[in-house]
Design a protein around this ligand. Structure first.
Ligand SMILES: Nc1ncnc2c1ncn2[C@@H]1O[C@H](COP(=O)(O)OP(=O)(O)OC[C@H]2O[C@@H]([n+]3cccc(C(=O)O)c3)[C@H](O)[C@@H]2O)[C@@H](O)[C@H]1O
Ligand SMILES: Nc1ncnc2c1ncn2[C@@H]1O[C@H](COP(=O)(O)OP(=O)(O)OP(=O)(O)O)[C@@H](O)[C@H]1O
Ligand SMILES: NC(=O)CC[C@H](N)C(=O)O
Length: 541
């Protein structure tokens, strides 16, 4: 006899903490899956609360709400089975990261996550105790082993589930995006398939949550190690998977395979998702930004428009005596091509007002960074005034190279609620701008080809105060991502003086990063919750 099970991978975009909203989303997806004739629907990790709920997990009031939510989900699942993720607290006050198998309107079995990630952006040992038991459920003649995210990144829980009789593994994930992540997942799951001989259904969350973006990209790997079903990246989706019982094993029928994004296209989608969900989930009507005619604000504008639509994005040029005519022309041209509201507010009168008020105080001093920062701060003040009046949030435009070395002004161009390019090195900013222009030419070519300048003094170029960006980004990558020592970086072919200078700037700028807006993590190591360094530090290497 051949048993068949129609499984659906529910790649959804929950909102952290919105338990009522998430339950409605789950119930809607169950209804939709029923219409597709599904028997079993698998949701991502922590479906009910969204991931990561952070210190919401420390609130006692969360758990009764989660219990009630589970009951509601169970009641709506009388004629369909599902696996959902949720947090639970026991009578001793211990918390667990769980998954429930629900069928016939009731929780039939539950599983406690065993491997609690506590590195990079993850803090699960702050909240949870580990489980130590496999959970294998039989449904329609097939034995399913349930695992949660980090469990699949090590051998033991998968092997344990196999020993407990599992014929196929279901893994519920909240696995955030970084550039290499998809490949890492494929390699990791190939190991698990090789070790256990079992197919794996990998269901990931999608959507932005503060500095994290979940890319979705759920998939099924067959017992031969082939990806035989593939969901889309960066969009909510129900993906059908047919399972057959053949000669005692469970076999996945090859199904639909969405095409995946590559390289710059993939990073660009991550940025769009991060901006879109931050704005939507925090209830802003739109965003605004200072458009300078430079590449960072040009790319930020393109991302914002692609994420939100032109009618929700506003650009402001704020020229000063050092602003080149071509900067004004290019900013106006891009705003017009992209169809966004655009205005120009010269800052000369405000600068003169500051200068005259400070005249006595600054008398006898040479013009220096003080006067440059004033320009950036006037611009920041204007943007925040427009934000307050319109309800649109300001986007900061700094890239990762600038964030690394503190090349931005506190309370100046650092104003803003969200910082889309925060984890994008300058060299990648250029590649992303070029990629975006292959879809349709929105960034004037001159913005890409002219040398970068903050235009805070006559003829200023970034390279007057920083190494060229190829050098800077390589040193930042070696120090921040790869944790190399200064000596190791020097052996990569850079002068000791240059390496030491960049490292000193990186170390010294931690105070600025702590005050900066969050932004989308796209690399293996982002500043923010991913790389936590002390501000006050006497450490030397
Ligand atoms: N450890 C610490 N903890 C807390 N606060 C600390 C601190 N060290 C300095 N500070 C404070 O921070 C101040 C210095 O910071 P800040 O006022 O921002 O000024 P600062 O970092 O000295 O200058 C801004 C830099 O950003 C560059 N910039 C500005 C604007 C745009 C761009 C661009 O192209 O994108 C580049 C500019 O050329 C310059 O190199 C100090 O005066 C002090 O008040
Ligand atoms: N003339 C200007 N008009 C409007 N906004 C400005 C202007 N100059 C600077 N800004 C804002 O301050 C940010 C910092 O820009 P700045 O030109 O100093 O350096 P940048 O890092 O080269 O950025 P960009 O490549 O966007 O010019 C800009 O991205 C922009 O948001
Ligand atoms: N939520 C988790 O357990 C995530 C950890 C995992 N290694 C990932 O990022 O994919």
């Amino acid at each position: 006899m051949t048993d068949t099970v129609k499984l659906v991978m529910a790649q959804i975009n929950p909102k952290v903490g919105d338990i009522a909203g998430n339950v409605n989303l789950i119930i809607d997806q169950l209804q939709e899956a029923k219409l597709k004739g599904a028997d079993l629907v698998v949701f991502p990790e922590m479906t009910i609360t969204g991931y990561p709920p952070e210190d919401l997990l420390l609130r006692e009031g969360l758990y009764p709400q989660v219990e009630e939510a589970l009951l509601q989900v169970a009641q709506s699942a009388e004629d369909i089975a599902c696996v959902v993720g949720y947090p639970m607290v026991d009578e001793l006050g211990e918390r667990f990261n769980m998954a429930a198998f629900i069928a016939d309107g009731q929780i039939q079995a539950s599983y406690i996550k065993q491997n609690l990630p506590n590195y990079s952006v993850f803090d699960e040992q702050r909240y949870f105790r580990s489980g130590n038991q496999a959970c294998v459920v039989e449904f329609k003649g097939i034995k399913f082993g349930i695992l949660i995210c980090e469990d699949i990144w090590k051998i033991s829980p998968a092997a344990q589930a196999k020993q407990a009789g599992a014929e196929i593994l279901l893994t519920l994930n909240a696995s955030p995006f970084s550039q290499e992540k998809h490949q890492d997942r494929i390699e990791t799951l190939s190991h698990r398939v090789n070790e256990t001989g079992l197919p794996i259904v990998y269901v990931n969350q999608v959507g932005g949550q503060d500095e994290l973006v979940f890319d979705g990209g759920s998939f099924v790997m067959s017992a031969d190690g082939d990806v035989c079903v593939q969901s889309a990246e960066f969009s909510s989706q129900l993906t059908e998977v047919a399972l057959l019982k053949q000669n005692g094993s469970t076999v996945v029928v090859p199904g639909a395979k969405s095409e995946l994004y590559q390289d710059e296209a993939r990073v660009y989608q991550a940025l769009i998702t991060g901006v879109h969900d931050y704005v939507a989930k925090n209830g802003f009507s739109g965003v605004l930004l200072g458009l300078s005619g430079g590449i960072d604000s040009a790319l930020t504008l393109a991302v914002a428009v692609d994420a939100l639509g032109a009618d929700r994005v506003e650009a402001v040029m704020m020229p000063f005596r050092y602003t080149a005519q071509i900067s004004q022309e290019d900013a106006a041209e891009q705003a017009s091509v992209m169809g966004v509201k655009y205005q120009s507010i010269p800052i000369e009168p405000m600068y003169q007002a500051f200068e005259s008020s400070l005249q006595a105080t600054l008398a006898g001093t040479e013009a220096d960074i003080t006067e440059e920062n004033l320009q950036a701060r006037i611009r920041g003040t204007l943007l925040m005034a427009i934000s307050n009046k319109t309800g649109k949030m300001v986007l900061a435009t700094s890239n990762k190279s600038e964030v690394a070395v503190g090349y931005s002004t506190l309370y100046g161009d650092m104003v803003g609620g969200f910082s889309p390019l925060k984890d994008v090195p300058k060299t990648m900013v250029y590649r992303l701008a070029q990629y975006r222009n292959t879809l349709s030419p929105v960034i004037p070519e001159r913005v890409i080809t002219r040398p970068p300048s903050a235009e805070l003094r006559p003829d200023q170029k970034d390279q007057d105060s920083l190494p060229d960006y190829d050098t800077l980004d390589t040193i930042i990558k070696a120090y921040v991502k790869q944790d190399k020592t200064p000596q190791e970086i020097v052996t990569m072919g850079y002068s000791e003086e240059e390496v030491r200078r960049v490292i000193r700037l990186i170390d010294r700028s931690e105070y600025k990063r702590r005050q900066a807006a969050p932004g989308v993590k796209i690399t293996h190591r982002a500043f923010g919750r991913d790389r936590r360094y002390p501000i006050t530090s006497g450490y030397k290497e």
